[in-house]
Design a protein. Structure first.
Length: 166
């Protein structure tokens, strides 16, 4: 078995050519090798959703995927949401506006799960949000504000798209 394997991966729009141990998890690659600490590790068993990122347009638990499996893939982390000038993404603005944040530990996974949902279903109903984020655990809220945040984000994004087209 080789000591290291080559992985070519695009993270938040930047291509990386890395040598990693075959057992390196995506979460560890992001946090330790690429210094992207926004991806949180909670249960490390894929149950809590704190480590959710988007891999090739699909919400993925980064604690369950080996980095070596992702050669040629594209990954987006919570760091990809805000603009370079610090302007918050509509999802981040909605979570702030609707009080969908508490301690913040689950927030990166919630934001990325919401992002993937809103790319598939631009104006989700309550059931869509509950299904998409059902595997993301939050110990601080009753989820009401999180669901409202995602639905508000969908409306904000639709409004901003309308303004761009006008």
């Amino acid at each position: 078995m080789p000591d290291k394997v080559r992985v070519r991966i695009t993270v938040n729009g930047t291509r990386h050519d890395l040598l990693v141990e075959p057992r390196t998890l995506l979460a560890d690659l992001l946090r330790n090798d690429l210094a992207l600490a926004g991806t949180h590790l909670g249960c490390e068993q894929g149950v809590c959703g704190a480590c959710t990122v988007i891999v090739d347009d699909t919400a993925t638990r980064s604690c369950l995927v080996f980095a070596a499996q992702l050669d040629g893939s594209s990954v987006r982390t919570v760091e990809s949401l805000a603009a370079a000038d610090g302007t918050l993404h509509p999802i981040q603005r909605a979570f702030t506006q609707e009080h969908g944040l508490q301690c913040g530990f689950c927030t990166p996974g919630m934001l990325m799960g919401a992002c993937e949902l809103l790319e598939r279903v631009p104006e989700p109903d309550r059931e869509d949000v509950e299904e998409a984020l059902g595997g993301n655990l939050c110990r601080c809220t009753g989820y009401q504000n999180i669901v409202r945040s995602v639905r508000t984000a969908g409306r904000i994004m639709a409004d901003e798209q309308s303004e761009v087209r006008a």
